[in-house]
Design a protein around this ligand. Structure first.
Ligand code: CMP
Length: 483
C-alpha cells in the first residue's frame, strides 16, 4: 500500500514539474523577442551579448524538458514494456545507460540549435589532451562501468541469487548491480560492495534462486552402528524438514572411515538457498533426534579414563520413573505395582523434536504411546488442510486405535515441543489383557469417544460411536485372541 502511494506521489510530482517547465518555456518563447529588443536597447554597442544572456536560460529550459521526456520514456520502456515482456525488472545499470545516452544526444541537438555558431565536431576533435586527462581520471570508474555492462550482457546472476565472490569469499544475496558495484547482503545482514571491475577478475560462485542448490552436512557415528540403519534413519529424518526439497531424496553416504568414527555426509537440496544456515542447523537437529531414537550414537574421540567413584545414594531408576508415569495413566490405574513394573520394563522411550511427526494417518501401527514429557497435537487432514483434534500432554496416551483394532492409524500426531514418549507394543498389552479383562473395556470406551470426535465432533455421532463400543470390545478381544 505504501509503495503504491509513493508511486502515485512521484507521478504527480513528475506531471507537476513537466507542467511548470513547459509553462516557463512557453512564456519564455512568447516574450523572447521583446526581451531581446529590451536587452539590445539597454546594452547598445555590446552587440550579441544579449544573445548569450537569452540563450543560457533557453538551453536550461529545453534541457529540463528533454530530461523529463527521457525519464518518461525510460519509465514507459522499462517499467511497462520490458517488465511485461521479460517478467522481471530491468537492471538499474541498463536504465541509466539508456537515459544517459538519449539525454546526451538530445542535449547536443538542443545545444547545436541554440548555439549555431559553435562547431561541436571541432570542439571534440581538438580536445584530445582534455580527453586523455578525463580518461586517466576516470580510469577506475570507466573500468567499473564497462565491467558492469559485460556483467549485464552475460547475466551470470540476478538480483536475489546467492553468490560467493572473491578471495575473502563474501557470501550473500545479490541486492543490486549498479554502475560501480555489486551490492551483496550477507547472512549477518551486512552490506558488501564488490566493485564491478574486481568482480570481473574474480571467480564467482553462483547459486541461482530458481535452481535446486545442494548442501552437504557432516556427522560421525560409532563403528558399532550399522551403516544401512544409519542411512535409512538419517534420510527419513531429514527428507521432510522445512526447506528441504521433496523433489530430490537426500543422499546419506560414508565420507571416510576415521580414527574413532565412521564419517558421514548428507547431501540435500534446498527450496530456498538463501536460508541454508537455518536449514543446515535444522538438519543437524533432526539427525541428533533420529540417532537418539534409533539407538545410534554420535562418535567422539575415545579415551580410557579410570575414575574413583564416590558411594552415592541409590538413584531412582529410569524404570521406576516410567512405572510412576504409567500408574498415572487412567486406563492402567487398575494394574498392580508388579504389573506396572513389568509393563515399564517392556516399554521403549523415544524423544522427538518440535514439529516432528510421531504417527502418520494411514500407516500401519502395532504399538501405542504414553506421553512422558512434552505435548503432542492430534490432527486430521480435511480438504488438504490440517484440523487439530486434540492436544495431549504428560500422562495421556495415543496410538491405541490402530494397536487394538488392527486398522490403519486414524490421525497424524505431531510433537508440539520436545517430547518424550513411552512405546508399548502388542505383546505387552496382550499379557495385560489376559490378567485384566476390564482393561479392554475401558480402552474400547476411549476409542469410541475418540472416533466420535474424529467424525466431526457432532453430538449425535458421538453418541452413536459410544454405543458402538460394545461392538468394539468384541473386535478388540478377537484381535488379541481373548475369550
Ligand atoms: P491411532 O489411530 O492408532 O493413531 C492416531 C491416534 O490419534 C489415534 O490412534 C488416537 O490415539 C489419537 N486420536 C485420534 N482421535 C483423537 C481424539 N479425538 N482425541 C485424542 N486422541 C485422538
Amino acid at each position: 500500500m505504501a509503495a503504491v502511494g509513493l508511486k502515485r506521489n512521484r507521478i504527480l510530482a513528475f506531471i507537476f514539474a513537466t507542467f511548470v517547465v513547459a509553462l516557463a518555456l512557453y512564456f519564455f518563447l512568447y516574450f523572447e523577442q521583446d526581451l531581446r529588443n529590451y536587452l539590445a536597447s539597454r546594452m547598445g554597442p555590446r552587440a550579441r551579448a544579449e544573445d548569450s544572456l537569452i540563450n543560457i536560460p533557453k538551453l536550461i529550459l529545453f534541457s529540463l524538458l528533454a530530461f523529463l521526456g527521457v525519464r518518461a520514456l525510460s519509465t514507459i520502456i522499462f517499467d511497462f514494456v520490458f517488465r511485461l515482456r521479460r517478467g522481471y525488472e530491468a537492471p538499474t545499470l541498463v536504465r541509466n545507460i539508456f537515459s544517459l545516452v538519449v539525454f546526451s544526444i538530445l542535449f547536443l541537438l538542443i545545444f547545436n540549435r541554440i548555439y549555431t555558431e559553435v562547431n561541436l565536431g571541432a570542439l571534440f576533435t581538438t580536445s584530445a589532451i582534455f580527453g586523455v586527462i578525463i580518461g586517466l581520471a576516470l580510469q577506475d570508474t570507466l573500468g567499473n562501468f564497462f565491467s558492469g555492462i559485460s556483467l549485464h550482457a552475460d547475466r551470470p546472476f540476478q538480483v536475489g541469487d546467492v553468490i560467493v565472490v572473491g578471495q575473502q569469499k563474501h557470501t550473500g544475496v545479490v541486492e543490486s548491480i549498479t554502475w560501480r558495484a555489486i551490492k551483496i547482503r550477507t547472512f549477518q545482514n551486512h552490506v558488501v560492495l564488490v566493485s564491478n571491475s574486481n568482480a570481473a577478475k574474480e571467480a564467482i560462485e553462483v547459486c541461482p534462486r530458481d535452481n535446486l542448490n545442494a548442501r552437504i552436512v557432516f556427522f560421525g557415528t560409532l563403528y558399532t552402528d550399522s551403516p544401512a540403519k544409519t542411512i535409512h534413519v538419517v534420510r527419513e529424518a531429514v527428507r521432510d524438514a522445512d526447506n528441504v526439497s521433496p523433489k530430490i531424496t537426500p543422499i546419506v553416504r560414508i565420507r571416510n572411515l576415521g580414527e574413532s568414527s565412521i564419517d558421514w555426509e548428507i547431501k540435500y537440496w534446498l527450496e530456498d538457498y538463501a536460508k541454508y544456515n537455518d536449514t543446515d542447523a535444522l538438519v543437524r537437529q533432526r539427525i541428533w533426534y533420529a540417532l537418539r531414537r534409533s539407538g545410534l550414537t554420535f562418535a567422539y574421540p575415545t579415551r580410557t579414563i579410570q575414575l574413583e567413584r564416590k558411594v552415592a545414594p541409590k538413584p531412582v531408576t529410569a524404570e521406576e520413573q516410567i512405572a510412576d508415569r504409567l500408574s498415572a495413566v487412567d486406563i492402567f490405574s487398575p494394574l498392580s505395582p508388579e504389573e506396572l513394573q513389568k509393563l515399564a520394563a517392556a516399554t521403549v522411550g523415544h524423544v522427538f523434536a518440535p514439529g516432528e511427526t510421531l504417527i502418520r494417518a494411514g500407516d500401519e501401527g502395532s504399538s501405542m504411546f504414553v506421553v512422558h514429557n512434552g505435548r503432542v497435537q492430534v490432527q486430521v487432514t480435511e480438504n488438504g488442510r490440517p484440523r487439530p483434534v486434540a492436544v495431549l500432554s504428560e500422562g495421556d496416551f495415543f496410538g491405541e486405535m490402530a494397536l487394538f483394532t488392527g486398522e490403519p492409524r486414524t490421525a497424524n500426531v505431531l510433537a508440539i515441543e520436545e517430547t518424550e514418549v513411552l512405546e508399548i507394543g502388542h505383546v505387552a498389552m496382550k499379557h495385560l489383557f489376559e490378567t485384566n479383562p476390564d482393561l479392554a473395556e475401558s480402552i474400547s470406551w476411549t476409542i469410541a469417544e475418540r472416533r466420535a470426535s474424529l467424525a466431526a465432533g457432532s453430538q449425535q455421532l458421538a453418541q452413536a460411536s459410544i454405543e458402538e463400543s460394545a461392538g468394539l470390545l468384541s473386535s478388540i478381544k478377537r484381535f488379541f485372541g481373548l475369550r
